[in-house]
Ligand binder design. Structure first.
Ligand SMILES: Nc1ncnc2c1ncn2[C@@H]1O[C@H](COP(=O)(O)OP(=O)(O)O)[C@@H](O)[C@H]1O
Ligand SMILES: [Mg+2]
Length: 243
């Protein structure tokens, strides 16, 4: 976690909760009311850089380890570090903390903008069809297949695999290749087996990615099956090439 430089004397420092909590910014989407609380993300600008500030009030999950509840942001911050460990790119965490305030549990997760990256959902909707777009989509799905295989082989499933949570940027060394990053790890959980992790994510991805046509699905499966550790004897119906 990196702290920012030069904070003027008259405002709280960048490693204080209230500094980020009170920062001006625009809501990316209207805050969600669920889990008995509220969660929203603001886009904020500071010293020429852009940050995404996820703010939650009483937005908790319960588990055997946390019978009284724990903010889902805490889980997300942990999963961002899991991604880094397995070699999946994610946004850099700038600040993460929780506090009790006015009788409720508040939580904050600040990440640095994935600079130079495009969100697959927006790019796919805006970019006119062309052979270049098709080639880039092939590259995106190859890299996404590798990233997901890394997560799934450790039995983690992303849990919210929509195209708005997949980002890409062109690789510097090869304009036909891309780097892929994943965001919104709040629902990322460990499953009992590699197959379970794989099936959950991939069925969800197929339902929620309009860009994933027959061609790109074949590209995805070709790469994914090279890396995923699922015994070949198991029937992998969710990876079938026929609809
Ligand atoms: N570090 C980041 N870089 C770029 N965009 C981001 C980043 N973090 C969040 N976003 C944008 O904000 C949106 C909401 O963030 P997300 O983590 O999905 O929160 P929520 O839990 O509210 O869905 C994302 O869909 C994405 O457009
Ligand atoms: Mg989201």
């Amino acid at each position: 976690m990196k702290h920012l430089s030069h904070t003027p004397q008259n405002r709280p420092s960048t490693d204080s909760f209230e500094y980020w909590w009170d920062m001006d910014g625009t809501w990316v989407e209207q805050p969600n009311i669920r889990r008995g609380g509220e969660s929203g993300v603001k886009r904020c600008h500071l010293d020429g850089d852009t940050y995404y500030v996820k703010k939650q009030v009483g937005h908790i999950f319960r588990s055997l380890r946390h019978p009284l509840g724990c903010p889902t942001i805490v889980r997300e911050a942990h999963r961002l570090s899991v991604c880094r460990e397995v070699g999946v790119a994610t946004p850099e965490i700038v600040f993460c903390a929780t506090r009790r305030h006015d009788g409720s549990q508040q939580a904050l997760l600040v990440t640095r903008e994935l600079s130079g990256y495009h969100c697959v959902q927006d790019w796919f909707a805006e970019e006119p069809d062309s052979s270049e777009k098709t080639r880039l989509l092939d590259a995106i799905y190859r890299r996404l297949a590798e990233a997901l295989a890394r997560l799934h082989n450790k039995r983690w499933h992303h849990g919210c695999l929509y195209d708005k949570h997949v980002f890409f940027k062109r690789a510097e060394s090869d304009p036909e290749d891309v780097n892929v990053a994943l965001i919104d790890l709040e629902k990322c959980r460990r499953r009992l087996t590699v197959a379970r992790a794989s099936e959950r994510d991939i069925r969800q991805m197929r339902r929620h990615m309009p860009a994933l046509n027959g061609r790109h699905w074949r590209t995805f499966v070709e790469t994914y099956t090279q890396y995923i550790h699922i015994k070949s004897s198991r029937e992998k119906t969710w990876l079938s090439l026929t609809p």
